[in-house]
Ligand binder design. Structure first.
Ligand code: 3BY
Ligand code: FES
Ligand code: FE
Length: 411
């Protein structure tokens, strides 16, 4: 059977309320279908506006087979390009990040303007038309300090995501920040296992002693049921919204992204061991409330986020292979906050560096067990794992739509 039909058949035979078959977490063909139909076709969070604060600032990223460079041009616009020279295809920018007046290919020095136009190519003959050899653009959007790219030629509309996400992020002024610290780890597990683990806190009590000092394990917090029936959360939304901070739970109709603001435990202000803030300087001076908890925002398939009063933490998920996933975490603080005066890296990062490492081990053990021929999908806790189910439902529906081209009958 054609591999697409095999995957479709497995999706449709899935037992409701249960996990996926082994092939979804390890089969190279299934992995390729995930990449082609999700990562090469939809919008991906890739980094922050503040990482390209000035014209000429750039950073690079590898998404599956695609090397991409993100750059701020002379006019201040953030742009993304395929990082492949229009001469013989060399990577134009090889550094992880940097600053450059022009993008110069290291191989034969073809020289591109920051907007991608080819400015100069030595001795290419009289017939050579530079205007036909610009760097290939990658559609790029910035929303509330977050940069998204789309590798598809004709990207799906981004405006609905923008409309939902922007009001939640806007008051936090995340364009006026800097990355105080970033960490990149590789988790030896399929990207879906990273997400499944993120979408529940059933595992938190036994695995995250540091995070559990401030983050509530209640399923109403990390789940997707909306939490309007949890009086503490409802009161939190009311108080924050009165202070001008959009807070109530909102999710897109297709379940791909959601935003909600949740209270932390014992009036904590930040993810520190004491619950006190880690950064002396608030992110935004238009947020006067102290106990604003955490703004939780996810956008499948690449990002979940926590925005606090004093800092924000973004997570970026990029698959490397069927059973390896890169997770990059960035801690954003106000751009004028001074290390050693307003914050220390140790206090700022301690809780989530520990949490990430604990989650990495969880994902790797999960992947180990799933590779067993004896593995069979088990049931989810209806109380605690509604978020995992929601992620898988999104994945299954998304793949089914893409693979069947809208036709959901098996061919
Ligand atoms: O990072 C998160 O959003 C999730 C929520 C529950 C477990 N994990 C901490
Ligand atoms: Fe880039 Fe030749 S490959 S200049
Ligand atoms: Fe966890």
């Amino acid at each position: 059977m054609d591999i697409r039909n095999e995957l479709l058949r497995d999706l449709r035979n899935r037992k409701p309320g249960y996990g996926l078959e082994q092939a979804f977490y390890s089969d190279p063909d299934y992995f390729r279908l995930d990449m082609e139909n999700i990562f090469y076709r939809d919008w991906l969070f890739i980094g922050h506006d503040c990482e390209v604060a000035k014209p000429g600032n750039f950073f690079t990223v590898q998404v599956g087979d695609y090397p991409v460079v993100i750059v701020r041009d002379r006019q201040g616009q953030i742009r993304a390009f395929h990082n492949s020279c229009r001469h013989r295809g060399s990577r134009v920018c090889s550094a992880e990040r940097g600053t450059s007046a022009k993008l110069v290919c290291p191989y034969h020095q073809w020289t591109y303007e920051l907007d991608g136009r080819l400015l100069f190519a030595r001795q290419m003959g009289d017939d050579f038309d530079a205007s036909q050899h610009s760097l290939k653009p990658v559609p790029c959007e910035s929303v509330g300090g977050y940069i998204f790219i789309c590798l598809a030629q004709n990207p799906v509309d981004f405006s609905a995501a923008r409309a939902l996400i922007e009001p939640y992020l806007a008051p936090h002024h995340l364009t006026e920040t800097k990355v105080a610290f970033q960490s990149t780890i590789v988790e030896k597990g399929n990207w879906k296992l990273v997400w499944e683990n993120n979408r529940e806190c059933y595992h938190c009590v036994a695995n995250h002693p540091e995070l559990c000092k401030t983050f509530p394990e209640a399923p109403s917090v990390s789940g997707v049921q909306g939490a309007a029936d949890d009086p503490e959360i409802a009161a939190h939304w009311q108080r924050c919204e009165a202070a001008g901070l959009p807070s109530a739970f909102r999710m897109s109709d297709d379940g791909q992204y959601r935003a909600t603001r949740v209270p932390l435990l014992r009036d904590a202000e930040s993810y520190t061991m004491s619950g006190r803030r880690a950064v002396g300087r608030q992110l935004s001076n238009s947020v006067n409330e102290k106990q604003i908890g955490s703004l939780l925002l996810f956008h499948y398939p690449t990002t979940w986020n926590h925005v606090l009063g004093d800092h924000a933490i973004s997570f970026r998920v990029l698959p490397l292979s069927p059973d390896e996933t890169q997770v990059t975490t960035k801690w954003l603080v106000h751009k004028d906050a001074v290390e050693g005066v307003d914050y220390t890296i140790e206090e700022l990062t301690h809780v989530w560096l520990e949490t990430n490492d604990q989650d990495r081990r969880i994902v790797e053990e999960n992947a180990f067990g799933i590779r067993s021929p004896a593995y069979e999908p088990g049931p989810y806790s209806p109380e605690h794992e509604g978020g995992v189910l929601q992620f898988l439902e999104w994945y299954c529906r998304f793949m089914e739509e893409r693979l069947s081209g809208g036709d959901t009958r098996l061919s």
